[in-house]
Design a protein around this ligand. Sequence first.
Ligand code: GLC
Length: 534
Amino acid sequence: MGERFIWWKHGVFYQIYPRSFMDSNGDGVGDLQGIIQRIDYLADLGVDALWISPIYPSPMADFGYDVSDYMDIHPLFGDMATFDRLLTSAHEHGLHVVLDFVPNHTSDEHPWFVESRASRQSARRSWYIWRDAKPDGSPPNNWESFFGGSAWQWDEATSQYYLHLFLEKQPDLNWRNPQVVKAMHKVLRFWLDKGVDGFRMDVVTFLIKHASFPDNPILPNPANPDRTIQEHRYDINQPEIHAHLRQFRHIFDSYPGDRVTIGETWFMNPKELVSYYGKSLDELHLPFNFITLRQPWQAQAIRQAIHSYYAALPPGAAPNFVFGNHDVHRLATRYGVENHRSVALLLLTLRGAPTIYYGDELGMQDIQVPADRLQDPVARRKPGTDEGRDPERAPMIWDSSPNAGFTPAGVQPWLPLPENYPKINVLSQRADPTSTLNFYKRLLRLRRELPVLQRGDFDFVDQVPDHVLAYTRRMVGQHLLVVINFSGATIKLDLSSLEERAEVLLSTQDLEVGTIELADLTLQPYEGLMLKLL
Ligand code: GLC
């Protein structure tokens, strides 16, 4: 267990959605200078790395996930000099910086696409995926966009369809074209040369499509017998993707320091997920693990998800866990306010690199967005569904002043503030020892101080009732126990088979810590505990 501390393996990631973190120039949208202003907060919180969602020039059809220039900064967020200052400041504060790489698609306003669509003879025509219509004029196949509707958009001027697995304003690049590959490698090198510590790669499993574009199978929808769903068999997760990941990894490994490749890998099947580490661990360092995020908050379901994930991991692969991000509803909303601290306890004490989504450390909940203030294209395309992502993207709540210290009074923030911000904000929570913020800080401090939480072995404890999840973390000289009550009942446990006595290091409910007898362990409703076995 003499392994050194490797920041991306043992440290904690914190995701910043830059539009919503801190607005320094009063336009209602967060920016890079805003992040610089709040860097002390992030360092003090006790995280190790920042992952910043896209900051590049973009028409913002998908809020930055539609890039029109990969090697510049959107003026809304600042300029390259501000970015350089942010990188320096983060590094000076001991924080690594991970950017978002959006390789599957560009904006339709990217000069590459503008040129590609200009004519069938354009030198960049084959940088994107163009196909003729079927004889009846319909799209080349049945592929659906992940944001709804056909994935093919008809281009009147050149009489062909182009592929977009997301919005029609996000045409898919053709990764079978070596020129595209070369151009995107250049992008990675540009930022790595600047000293960026890594990339989270957006929908990286989508890059390669089946060479002959067959129809996807249509399956019955288990959730709704009147409807069908499309199995994404031919548009994503194609075997040829792995060669590209190895090339990415080769680039990253040629740089000094530990640079990290993270992938947005939405697989529920652990075997499929872990294939993205590569056969010789030569692909992604961290294929994001969303398996636990998709489970109901039930001890057995969560246990099974953790177990099957760990069991599938190839030897030497670094595990990771994600419970919240900018695409899913807020953690405190999904799991309930009574449980969200236990989710944090789980996230930060499992074996694997955790990612915290900004604001979850305050227990922020989903906001209600009135119809006339909807921003997310998904919300607008799928009205009446629960799929819109605005609710989890509310501005960060720094204090109780008008606009929560996110943007000056009188300015309309790009999304509404959470209604309860006058009570629940960074400033108020700082002053309250029982706050969620202080709970996270204690948890993060323990994780930093106790190498067993970063590197120790993990074992489930079996002799607990159904509504309890318990596990130990162990390394030479350090033995911890985590116990979480998923029910609203008080539960008494006898865990004396592990040890006689333990010291409570942290509780989701109480500040009180002390020594207890493990033969007589009481868990309050929904309580989670971290204990040190004595
Ligand atoms: C990823 C991003 C999401 C975006 C989509 C298309 O899933 O996380 O926010 O809309 O890719 O780029």
